[in-house]
Design a protein around this ligand. Structure first.
Ligand SMILES: Cc1cc2nc3c(=O)[nH]c(=O)nc-3n(C[C@H](O)[C@H](O)[C@H](O)COP(=O)(O)O)c2cc1C
Length: 316
């Protein structure tokens, strides 16, 4: 079984990928999307979103990181896919699931799910631009407003030459509201033969098992669940117990180190609060921590609270 870390724009950046892949259990990461409009982007954009390109396309823990592109123009996507692999990305992933209004207005992301031919054109152009040994993969939702094109879209993506398909088992309109319709992934699987990876609403090892049963997929992609429980991939694969709070608190401090001494010091306060938002689901302590740091805007002040709390009552 393979477990992939989901791309999450504004959340799963290279620091988060570094930390989560160090915790372990992940076989592959996908970057936040790189927006392609009408030009060949310079390498610096790729390096910014995917610094791992300077490390042979892998995180420090050795997990491959695939660049994700989002856009509507087959040719510009193909040219930028070529740049991505020339710079060392182990393949290219295409985003056909993003629900953001700004992205969909300019016909990128989930809105393309209404146009099966457009999906075909994009995937086949990108496939031709990327050498055969490297994967060209796609990530879809079940549809835009309804699921009527789910199977046609998957078939078109396969026929256009995609290597693999990740299915987030909801429409754009269904947003991120539970449930995820895993049984729809099984229906898609009946019609295509490329590997299909199931995604959506996996928060625990039990969810993963149910998802595998209902989707008939072995391989999974997890996003918010991995932020709520950083060792979720290991819980799923190796039946490890959920990470206890003291260990998690240590991770928060380590993350503060990455962030402050990395290139994102000024984003740290918001990032850590955002992460607490996800952690609250699994750890009541994260709620207390969030309340204590809510009004703090300086990284140093937040780290002080973290140190105090992780060494005192929060770890008792
Ligand atoms: C904040 C946020 C950002 C996301 N950014 C991306 C993205 O850049 N590319 C993409 O394909 N999916 C993106 N997604 C969707 C996730 O990859 C995933 O499909 C979705 O969260 C469902 O999986 P989960 O229930 O395991 O989180 C994003 C989701 C969230 C919540």
């Amino acid at each position: 079984m393979k477990v992939m870390l989901a791309p999450m724009e504004g959340v799963v950046d290279h620091l988060m990928r570094e930390m989560l892949t160090e915790v372990g259990g992940f076989d592959l990461c996908v970057t936040e999307f790189i927006r392609v409009v009408d030009q060949k982007l310079p390498p610096k954009i790729f390096y910014r979103l995917c610094p791992e390109l300077q490390n042979d396309g892998k995180t420090k823990a050795g997990v491959p990181v695939r660049v994700q592109l989002l856009g509507q123009h087959p040719q510009w996507l193909a040219e930028n896919a070529q740049t991505a692999v020339d710079l060392g990305s182990p393949g290219v992933d295409l985003n056909f699931g993003c629900p953001a209004k700004t992205v969909n207005k300019s016909k990128g992301g989930a809105v393309l799910l209404k146009e099966t031919q457009a999906l075909y054109d994009i995937v086949s152009n990108v496939r031709q631009a990327v050498s055969d040994e490297l994967p060209v993969t796609a990530k879809i939702r079940l549809g835009f407003e309804d699921k009527s094109l789910a199977i046609d879209n998957a078939i078109a993506i396969e026929q256009a030459g995609a290597t693999q398909l990740v299915v987030h088992a909801r429409t754009k309109t269904e947003g991120y509201r539970p449930p995820a319709y895993w049984d729809w992934i099984a229906r898609i699987r009946e019609h295509i033969s490329i590997p299909v990876i199931a995604n959506g609403e996996i928060w625990s090892a039990e969810d993963a098992q149910r998802c595998q049963q209902q989707s008939a997929c072995t391989d999974l992609m997890i996003g918010r669940g991995a932020l709520a429980l950083p060792n979720l991939a290991r819980c799923i694969k190796q039946h490890e117990a959920p990470m206890a709070w003291p260990e998690l608190a240590g991770l928060l401090i380590k993350y503060s180190g990455y962030e402050i001494y990395g290139d994102k010091g000024r984003y740290y306060p918001n990032r850590i609060k955002q992460w607490c938002g996800y952690l609250k689901r699994q750890y009541p302590q994260a709620e207390l921590l969030f309340n204590d740091i809510r009004r703090l805007n300086k990284a140093e002040d937040i780290v002080k609270v973290l140190r105090r709390q992780s060494s005192q009552e929060y770890v008792a």
